[in-house]
Design a protein around this ligand. Structure first.
Ligand code: AMP
Length: 201
């Protein structure tokens, strides 16, 4: 049986390529990509009240408080285009946020179908992030902030995979290779779970 909805999460260290792969997956499955990092960056650039509240936290590479982040995600997932699925990128990022998401999805009679874990060694992540810093000039891509963000990933975010692994929904994907190779690995894993991509237009 193939399924016509897809509720997905992509998890990986900064620089693992999850942003790029996330967009490809969202496109292929016809679901919106919900990236909390993108939401925060857009608000900072636009100078909104939210942006002003989170700017220092984001620029220092720390986590925005769980309540605030979860509220943003809940509001976004309540929009019509997320009714038959979504791809979460960058949320949940710690065990507290996993509880918030569980509570929200359970309340809607939904659950995550699959969690894609992009596996990239720390040295490779650092190399890719340094390159991105040169190309995009992100203020949170300095060497010091990169190290902090990777530490937070290892200490706070990686443990969420244990919870999802127990539920049997994690697909660990080798994140080293060409973009297309990695996309194919992800599609193969999701297909094996009976998750159908939308027909090509
Ligand atoms: P990202 O682009 O996902 O690496 O996110 C950039 C920054 O946004 C992070 O370093 C955090 O400061 C903030 N951020 C993004 N997602 C979350 C989240 N789920 N919880 C807390 N802070 C977040």
């Amino acid at each position: 049986m193939t399924q016509t909805s897809a509720r997905l999460l992509i998890v990986g260290p900064q620089g693992s390529g999850k942003g790029t792969q996330g967009v490809r997956i969202g496109d292929a499955y016809g679901v919106p990509v919900v990236s909390t990092g993108d939401v925060f960056r857009a608000n900072i650039t636009e100078g909104t009240e939210l942006g002003r509240r989170v700017q220092q936290i984001v620029e220092a590479g720390n986590l925005v408080p769980d309540e605030l982040t979860s509220e943003i995600v809940r509001d976004r997932l309540a929009e019509d285009d997320a009714a038959r699925g979504f791809l979460l990128d960058g949320y949940p990022r710690n065990l507290g946020q996993v509880s918030h998401l569980d509570e929200f999805l359970t309340g809607r009679g939904e659950e995550l179908d699959a969690v894609i874990e992009l596996d990239v060694p720390r040295a490779e992540s650092i190399e890719r992030l340094s390159l991105r810093a040169q190309q995009q000039g992100r203020t949170d891509d300095t060497a010091e902030v990169i190290a902090k963000r990777l530490d937070i990933y290892e200490n706070e975010t990686a443990p969420i995979l244990g919870v999802y692994r127990e539920r049997g929904i994690v697909d660990r994907i080798d994140g080293v290779g060409s973009l297309d190779e990695i996309t194919e690995r992800i599609f193969a894993a999701l297909e094996a779970r009976g998750l159908a991509r939308r027909a090509a237009a």
